[in-house]
Design a protein around this ligand. Structure first.
Ligand SMILES: [Zn+2]
Length: 240
């Protein structure tokens, strides 16, 4: 079995890169095993196609150094927080038995983000109930409940509960975002309409947010996360 330390469960390929790839890179550099399971193939995105987005996600996974990247093939746009999709997410959690799960923002401009978060929150709890049966390659899975569930912050501002300094990994983060040539600013991509996220402004706003978060902890760039649970530290000196 391939056990991960951190599993990111986000709805569209590219959400994890925008929301938490600095944190992913930082923990991989510390020797942690990190994976991303994308819930959907992003098939409703205005630009690109399922094939293009899958190739982009694979390229970004390489840049980040992920242990695994998988796609659950849940329908983009129309999924619900319902049993059939919860079971797919539960099976992914039990397959990789992570200590920490990172999910989409609580709510956002794109309604899939908040809805995906509700789906993942339900699945994280249900995954710990042994009477819910799931299978991996025909083999019954063990129940598993991660100890920590964090949510990254996306387009809409949400006040973070914790900030992580990702200054050292900023350039690599941007490189992983630009692996999605069909989605973000790319002067070579001319056949399809400009979108909210494909203008040069969008990446500048991603940077501005990280600079603002960074400033409040004395770093150049930081990523922010929220948690429904109150989080603790082992020492006051883990605070900064
Ligand atoms: Zn998204």
């Amino acid at each position: 079995m391939l056990k991960l330390d951190i599993l990111v469960l986000s709805v569209h390929p590219d959400d994890a890169e925008l929301g938490c790839s600095g944190t992913i890179l930082k923990h991989i550099a510390e020797g942690k095993k990190v994976g991303i399971v994308d819930l959907t193939q992003g098939e409703l995105g205005t630009r690109g196609s399922v094939e293009i987005r899958a190739a982009e996600a694979a390229a970004a996974a390489k840049i980040l150094g992920l242990t695994v990247r998988e796609n659950l093939g849940i329908p983009d746009g129309f999924f619900q927080n319902a049993k059939e999709y919860q079971l797919k997410v539960i099976a992914a959690i039990r397959k990789y038995q992570p200590e920490i799960i990172i999910a989409n923002a609580y709510h956002d401009r794109h309604p899939d983000h908040g809805r995906a978060n509700e789906l993942v929150e339900a699945a994280v709890f249900l995954s710990g109930l042994r009477k819910i049966e799931t299978f991996d390659d025909g083999k019954a899975q063990q129940e598993w409940r991660p100890s920590i569930l964090l949510h990254f912050i996306q387009d809409r501002y949400i006040k973070p509960d914790i900030l992580i300094d990702v200054t050292e990994y900023w350039d690599k983060k941007i490189e992983s975002i630009h692996a999605y040539g069909s989605q973000f600013y790319n002067p070579g991509w001319q056949d399809e309409p400009e979108t909210y996220i494909s203008s040069p402004d969008f990446i500048q706003v991603v940077e501005a947010r990280a600079r603002e978060f960074g400033k409040s902890i004395g770093a150049k760039y930081a990523e922010g996360f929220t948690s429904r649970k109150i989080l603790g530290v082992n020492s006051l000196f883990d605070l900064r």
